[in-house]
Design a protein around this ligand. Sequence first.
Ligand code: IPM
Ligand code: MN
Length: 355
Amino acid sequence: MKYNIALLAGDGIGPEITDSAVRVMQAVGKKFGHEFIFTPYDIGGCAIDKYGYPLPEATVEGCLSSDSVLLGAVGGPKWDTLPGDIRPEKALLGIRAAMELFTNLRPAKLYPALKGDCPLREDIVAGGFDIMIVRELTGGIYFGERGMREGKWGLEAYDTEAYSKMEIERIARVALQTAKKRGGKLTSIDKANVLETSRLWRKTVHEVAEEYPEVTVSDMLVDNAAMQLVRNPAQFDVIVTSNMFGDILSDEASQITGSIGMLPSASLGATKRGLYEPIHGSAPDIAGKNIANPIATVLSCAMMLLYSFDLREESECIVSAVDRVLEAGYRTADLAHGKDFLTTTEITEKIIEML
Ligand code: IPM
Ligand code: MN
């Protein structure tokens, strides 16, 4: 089979880590007899430099006519002082919206080989943890009305959080289905003691949950959830939450896995076409040095194989290669604690050898 993948390398370490992932995909293609064709498009700061805006129409069209999309990262200090609507990050929000990717899956699990990297006490993570964060991705405060106005105290800025019942229902359904396939436990995270959107969220999640009697659903306030994630992460199976809470909690979850350089993500909508990217950013401080950890991006490709192409064996082949590279003690700089480490290209070679 031939698969057309739009490649949005982006800024900072984006080109290095996507280059790794493309090489791993090509090796998987060779092994299993598939052709993965990557077509590059500009996004983020590099697009601003070329055209004056972060998300060119050709990029949107390229993504919409592809079978799937791989993204590196966008942004950097060079573009940090631009106005909000032409910042690199705006392109990321734009492409998520244009592709109608309302679901963001962010798995966070503790690799046995990386137990020592987890900042939590040993007894807390003795049994490991394996969490799937289901983050709503095209609604909430990220996409609500915003602006500047004259307020009671003079000039003020505002952003608004709005969630329709429909948006909550569809993300709840994905989360419930995910929980049904996994441990049967769903925690819905909100701030229902303060926010009206959260009260509708909570009510709607429970309504949809009636269709899934096999899933145990509980609610948790987001401040408590932030605490519980470090107190006892093993209590979580699937988490469902809003766009902004999911953004924050997934970074927190990544830290307890040892490194943010390990966490992949899949953004999905109503079709098989998804957008796959590491949850970390463009790390401008280490860009171009060949020391970034490409594993989150490589694992994002494994998610693509599974969710967009239904290639389960191929996906597992990548996941298991990464497992064995870590078991064998190979580490990139972020996980080496000052000891010897492999470069981005070297660890990529190791993963390819293990496929
Ligand atoms: C993420 C990022 C983005 C987000 C930014 C870069 C817009 O932090 O994917 O988690 O907040 O969604
Ligand atoms: Mn984030």
